[in-house]
Ligand binder design. Structure first.
Ligand code: NAD
Length: 416
């Protein structure tokens, strides 16, 4: 495959690989190649200056045989239906790997959220929800945060859905603020989950974690919490980045202080004691563990042979191209694939939904313990399959995710 692929061509190639390995029925393979439902809406809002803003909103529902659709909503310029479809597919496999009773979905609004005021973002979110409300719901499709959306966005989604239904429905969305039914530990869950996988992988690779060096691309929700969790287990975070650039300090940096600096100045760059480097440099930094936690297609055939980490944990969705994947594998670098590494977010989203449905509120300790149990089990299952199949972890994870969904289709049969 050439490097000029889209997220969708990669997702379809991954499905094909899993289908071949599993000797999947060709009809089921075909079913899983298409989303069950794909929605595109025009979101028209009044901007603060009185003008009308028009934005494309997307929601793709891939498959729901194992439970209601589940997946984040991202606000990002130039987002396409194909990209959202690919991400919805990854969600289906991810929920199956985490062994939680959900199918996969993803949403997106084509917008540069940094250019809108908070009021404009609220109107955009509410209007988007109103346009797709009949396809959402706690037993239909449950959104969550993703790039450039957060707990506040989820609160607006919950309120809009509830206002339209006429009663409060906290279980219609996850990643909400704790004050309105959000779970303890949801914000940090994806980052923490990545580090649980790193711990397991390090054990298998005999990599000592005390003072192991970590470089993290992307210092948003996932990247920041992965940095904090890495520090907690004794690793040394030596480089981090955001969309404006990267910083590096071989002696280690304090993520909490970097976040305070970023909140004050709008960038991680120019942080005291660090040197400014580029995002490209960050990926090639000398480190034990590399955590891409920003965008798709960051590790490509152009830089894969320059990656010096021993372990790559894909916190972001789709950060490694298939060619780069092959190159890392040949170099003996262990890669924990996105559908396994970042499934902590959807796992605690599931905990939040269960708490909402049962009107319970679990402590942070309970949530973190349950998360660790789930992540460790998911990692160990995929690792065992990779050993059995003599394959890399991505192939094993895909086989596990696709296999579980295909089995559900077989058991349910086709109606009518
Ligand atoms: P976020 O918006 O909180 O943070 C994204 C970070 O990436 C920001 O620091 C931003 O500055 C940086 N960034 C953007 N473009 C960049 C570029 N070109 N180079 C370097 N950095 C860049 O988003 P997030 O929620 O942390 O999500 C990050 C990734 O993790 C995404 O791929 C998302 O799909 C994935 N993910 C998120 C969750 C979750 O629970 N939030 C769950 C699973 C997967």
């Amino acid at each position: 495959m050439a490097e000029e692929h889209t997220a969708l061509t990669v997702a379809l190639a991954q499905l094909k690989l899993a289908a071949q390995k599993l000797e999947l029925n060709s009809g089921i393979h075909k079913m899983l190649s298409q989303p069950k439902r794909s929605i595109s809406v025009s979101i028209d809002i009044r901007l603060d200056n009185g003008a009308i803003g028009v934005y494309n909103g997307i929601r793709v529902q891939h498959w729901d045989v194992r439970g209601p659709f589940k997946g984040g909503i991202r606000y990002y310029p130039n987002i396409t239906q194909d990209e959202v479809t690919a991400l919805s597919m990854l969600m289906t496999w991810k929920c199956a790997i985490a062994d939680i009773p959900y199918g996969g979905a993803k949403g997106g609004v084509c917008v540069d959220s940094k250019k809108l005021s908070k009021h404009e973002l609220e109107r955009l979110t509410r209007r988007y929800v109103s346009l797709i409300v009949e396809y959402l719901g706690p037993h239909r499709d449950i959104p969550a945060p993703d790039m450039y959306t957060d707990a506040q966005t989820m609160a607006w989604i919950m309120d809009t859905y509830s206002q339209l239904k006429g009663y409060m429905v906290p279980e219609c969305v996850t990643g909400k603020p704790v004050e309105v039914g959000g779970s303890e530990g949801r914000t940090e869950a994806t980052g923490r989950g990545v580090i649980h996988c790193v711990k397991e992988a390090a054990q298998n690779k005999n990599l000592k974690l005390k003072n192991a060096t970590v470089a993290i691309q992307g210092f948003g929700n996932v990247g920041y919490h992965a940095a904090v969790a890495a520090n907690e287990i004794g690793c040394k975070v030596v480089a981090v980045s955001d969309s404006t650039g990267a910083i590096c300090n071989p002696n280690g940096l304090n993520p909490v202080a970097v976040l305070a600096h970023k909140e004050k100045t709008g960038t991680v760059q120019n942080f005291k004691g660090c040197i400014n480097i580029t995002n490209e440099d960050l990926l090639e930094t000398e480190c034990d563990i590399l955590i891409p936690a920003a965008m798709e297609n960051q590790i490509t055939c152009k830089n894969a042979d320059k990656i010096r980490a021993k372990l790559v944990a894909e916190a972001a969705n789709g950060p490694t191209t298939p060619e780069a994947d092959k190159c890392l594998h040949e170099k003996g670098i262990v890669l924990i694939p996105d559908i396994l590494a970042n499934c902590g977010g959807v796992t605690v989203s599931y905990f939040e939904w269960v708490q909402n449905l049962t009107r319970e509120h679990w402590t942070l300790q309970e949530v973190n313990e349950k998360l660790e149990t789930k992540m460790t089990k998911a990692f160990d299952d995929v690792y065992a399959l990779s050993q059995k199949e003599k394959s890399d972890m991505r192939t094993a994870a895909l086989m596990m995710g696709v296999g579980r969904v295909a089995n559900a289709i077989k058991v349910l049969g086709l109606w009518p």
